[in-house]
Each structure stands twice: as structure tokens, then as C-alpha cells.
Design a protein around this ligand. Structure first.
Ligand code: PHE
Length: 339
């Protein structure tokens, strides 16, 4: 009987059960009233007095094994049925979460659209720039504070240490590239990334976007500049938007101006966003300096031009009431999804 028991034990272990039908077959074979294990209990009655306790103990172990396997499989199948019941196959499928245009890309597209409609062509320039385009040709001599290591990321050529590049600190080098490659009249905008070695705070980031504008022709005046910017901001922020120029300085424009727009939130009355002044600073502009024209072989006696540059993050933040620039670059979908 003992060898018989070992055999049954092995059979119980190797009996494969993959569905409720097979489980029932298992039950019938081993633990039902006519099953093998029950049969052995009958046999036990006729065992000798000495054998009985040993056989009985072993038989009980085999019984437990069979019942254990049966119960755990039974539970498994019942759970599977329950889970199946909970699936509602009539539900529409879960919505795909697809990417979305970044807020800055949206602003960029909107700005480009407005300027293109009035004849500006979009041009591009490299982000890793030569000092000549970023500074020298823009009438920014070597001792100018803007070239200070604190503002500019310098990049050294690993193989030729005499070659130094900069991550462009503004989009103005595109002016130079455009004027060197083309003859006036020129009417371009150039949006893109710029980099400054600044401490990151709620209002400063080491990378941001600018949109550069340049118009060169005969008899271009400051009135044209103001007209174009005024048109742009009315389209971008609404018809009631006013602009004003505040005297300023840039090495590559003369005269130079700071561009202010009337606060579109309070319409100039004064609020928290405009710090009660009614005006918001939005960029820089001016008439192309004759020295810049000379650097690109354009005769300043024959041609004049205007240029402007605006920060896209600033425009965007003001438009949507965003108070911390860093949130634009944290890639938090919960934030980005709102726009
Ligand atoms: N490049 C200037 C800046 O980054 C902005 C500017 C552009 C000013 C064009 C005048 C003309 O601050």
C-alpha cells in the first residue's frame, strides 16, 4: 500500500488542470466518494495494527495534498470568472493620450503667422554661433559687458583650442547672416532659441526664445517700425493694445528703444501684472546702426533699416498669466495639457 501511496502522490502532483472541466476530472479521480484516496481509506481498515499509524499518517498527507490542490485551483477559476464578469465589453476604448504642441511652439506659430501675412520671410540661423556674428559684426566690441563670461556660454573647439564659439545670446546674429547673403530690400523674421548664463529664477532661464525682425530698404524710418509693431501687438493681444518706445541702448541700433505695450489685463489702468504702471516691457528695437551696415557691406547712405527682438516666453507668460518661467520647461503634462 505504501508504494501505491507514493504513486498516487506523484499522480496528484503531475495531474494537469487548465480549466474547470479538468478540475472536475481531478476531483472525481482523487477525492470524490469513489476516488483513489477515498478507496485507500477503505484499504486502511484491513492493515495490520503496526502498519496502521504509519500508513494512516501518510494517507492523510496525500489527502491534504489532493484537497489543497483542488481548493486553490477552484479559487483561481472562480476569481477568473469574477474578473471576466466585470469586463464591460460595450464600453468605448480608453482614449489615446497623444502629444500636444508645446505652448512656446504655439506662440511661435502665431507670431510667425501674423508677420508672414504682412510680407516677412522666415529665416534661420545656428544656435552654436561664431563670435563674429553674435558680437563683432553687431557693433559689440571685445570689451563690451555683454561679452562677459557671466552672460555668455563659450564653447571651445576640442581639436583647435584657438577656435571659440558661443551659444548665441540673442537672435540678432541672423540679421548679419541675412544681410551678408542677400541684397536689400530685406524683410525677415527669425524665431529661435537663445542662451544666457544666468541664474535660474522664476523670471530667468538659461535658455529662452526670441523673435528677431529686420527690415532694410530705402527710406525706412522709425514710423515704419512703430507701425509694424503696433499692428503685430493688436493682432496678438487684441485691438485695444497700445505700444510705446522708451529710449534705450543696444550697440547695433541707433537710436534704440525698449518696446512697451499697454497692459492688456487692466487695459492700462494699472494692476499686479504691470506693477501698477499700465505698461509691460516686451523687447528691444531700433534703427540699424551704420556700423552694422558697414560690417555687412551695405551702404548706410543708401539704405536704412529697423530691427527688433522680442522674448517669446515673456509674451506667452503674460498672455496666459503664467508667473514662473520654469514651469514651461518641466515637461509636466498636467500643465502643458491645459493649452
Ligand atoms: N538682441 C536684443 C536683445 O537680445 C534685442 C534687439 C533686437 C534690440 C533687435 C534691438 C534690435 O536684447
Amino acid at each position: 500500500m505504501l508504494s501505491n501511496l507514493a504513486e498516487i502522490e506523484q499522480e496528484i502532483n503531475s495531474f494537469s488542470v487548465n480549466n474547470p472541466e479538468e478540475l472536475e476530472a481531478f476531483r472525481l479521480k482523487f477525492i470524490s466518494r469513489n476516488g483513489l484516496v477515498t478507496g485507500l481509506f477503505e484499504e486502511l481498515k484491513s492493515a495490520s495494527r503496526d502498519e496502521k499509524p504509519i500508513l494512516g499518517k501518510k494517507l492523510n498527507e496525500v489527502k491534504k495534498l489532493a484537497e489543497g490542490k483542488f481548493n486553490s485551483l477552484k479559487e483561481q477559476f472562480e476569481n477568473a470568472v469574477e474578473a471576466g464578469d466585470k469586463l464591460d465589453l460595450t464600453l468605448p476604448p480608453a482614449e489615446f493620450s497623444i502629444g500636444r504642441e508645446h505652448l512656446i511652439s504655439q506662440t511661435l506659430a502665431e507670431m510667425v503667422k501674423i508677420f508672414r501675412e504682412i510680407g516677412f520671410k522666415v529665416t534661420d540661423g545656428p544656435e552654436l554661433e561664431d563670435e563674429f556674428y553674435n558680437f563683432d559684426a553687431l557693433n559689440t566690441p571685445a570689451h563690451h559687458p555683454a561679452r562677459d563670461m557671466q552672460d555668455t556660454f563659450y564653447v571651445q573647439n576640442k581639436f583647435d583650442k584657438s577656435k571659440k564659439y558661443v551659444l548665441r545670446t540673442h537672435t540678432s546674429p541672423v540679421q548679419i547672416r541675412t544681410m551678408l547673403a542677400n541684397k536689400p530690400p530685406l524683410r525677415i523674421i527669425s524665431p529661435g532659441k537663445v542662451f544666457r548664463n544666468e541664474t535660474v529664477t522664476y523670471k530667468n532661464y538659461f535658455m529662452f526664445h526670441q523673435l528677431e525682425g529686420l527690415y532694410v530698404d530705402k527710406n525706412v524710418s522709425m514710423r515704419d517700425l512703430k507701425g509694424v509693431l503696433s499692428y503685430f501687438f493688436k493682432k496678438f493681444y487684441g485691438e485695444n493694445t497700445q505700444i510705446r518706445f522708451i529710449p534705450s541702448f543696444f550697440p547695433f541700433t541707433e537710436p534704440s528703444g525698449q518696446i512697451d505695450i499697454s497692459c492688456f489685463l487692466c487695459e492700462g489702468k494699472g494692476c499686479k501684472t504691470c506693477k501698477e504702471t499700465g505698461w509691460l516691457e516686451i523687447g528691444g528695437c531700433g534703427m540699424v546702426d551704420p556700423n552694422v551696415f558697414k560690417a555687412v557691406n551695405i551702404d548706410p547712405e543708401e539704405f536704412t533699416g529697423y530691427a527688433f527682438g522680442m522674448g517669446m516666453e515673456r509674451l506667452t507668460m503674460m498672455k496666459y498669466g503664467i508667473t514662473d518661467i520654469r514651469i514651461l520647461y518641466q515637461n509636466d503634462v498636467r500643465f502643458l495639457d491645459q493649452f
